[in-house]
Design a protein around this ligand. Sequence first.
Ligand code: PEP
Ligand code: MN
Length: 372
Amino acid sequence: MEKEALQQQPLPDSWTISTVKPLIIAGPCSAESPEQLRCVAQELKRNSSVSYMRAGVWKPRTDPNSFQGYGAEALEWLRSVKQEVGMRFATEVGCSQHVLEALKYGVDLVWIGARTVSNPFAMQEIADALKGVDIPVMVKNPLNPDIELWDGAICRLLNAGIRKVGAIHRGFSLIKKSVFRNPPLWEIPLQLKQRYPNIPIICDPSHITGSRNLVPLVAQRAKDLNFDGFMVEVHPYPDIALSDPAQQLTPQQFDNLLEMLLNNNTPGCSNSLDMLDELRAEIDVMDDLLVWILSGRMELAGKIAGIKKMKNLQILQAERWNQIQERLLAKTSESGLRPQFISSLYHTIHKESLSIQSSLMKDKGKNINHSH
Ligand code: PEP
Ligand code: MN
């Protein structure tokens, strides 16, 4: 089907109506034991707003020597806890084999993790394995801030005829460390929402923040931005969790979070001090990026100094500087920034770049024509 038709395609009522109230998925990062799962399931069951218990059984871990999940054995635990407690369960799938195993144990919802979404082969394989299946399939954003990969993954599922499709915003992995484990870059999920107005999009504040004390701030922000629900990590004893110990909430903390999110229905009425903290944390991320970008730019200027010296060129190349300014001016008019601002900022950047080049060229020796 054409991309636009796919994006506008209505979804079944049984999926979208269930998300008229927020879709809430909660549970441990990983399934660790039958006791752990039973304990969380009983806690979550007390709150009728929770639709699915999450638990990872195949864990996509960076370090091959860390805990990788209990696989099919844990699916067996989930099946029996579901029978005992009556809590539907959700797990992550990363390949067609996972899909088949999870379905065999009666999984009620699957999600595709951030690492898998970046891989079109894996996505296609999973979409094919899910053909004809009626359970909801949620797609996390890819690790890198590329909306096309996210969009493409959703497209593959819709093309395979899967109707109960949803998206999960879990933040993006950036080079710079920041207060967030995965900075939210809110424009990207909001853009996805515009492209797919019928697809519910929920927020995973646990993986965005990486730390439990920031979870309520980000969840509140997502609520204010009209997200359709939340996926939150909850563990009976977070500190001894086998994965993501710092970000999981205790059941009590999770109850408090839901109380805040569900009983405070006026959009934008979040505690303004907390909101200030969150916005400042986002500003810190942007500032980190600016400094990183500036240092990268100066490093390139340094390399250019070496070439100019070798070719015996002047430091200031007027033609090139004019070209830079013209290009930026054109960019600026699209960006909404004031041209005077960009112009004065770039004069400062250019001055610093010339001065770095000049001192490098001096250090490197003779035969250089200085022009300023
Ligand atoms: C998870 O939800 O447990 C997980 C591994 O998340 P992500 O794919 O967002 O890193
Ligand atoms: Mn996790």
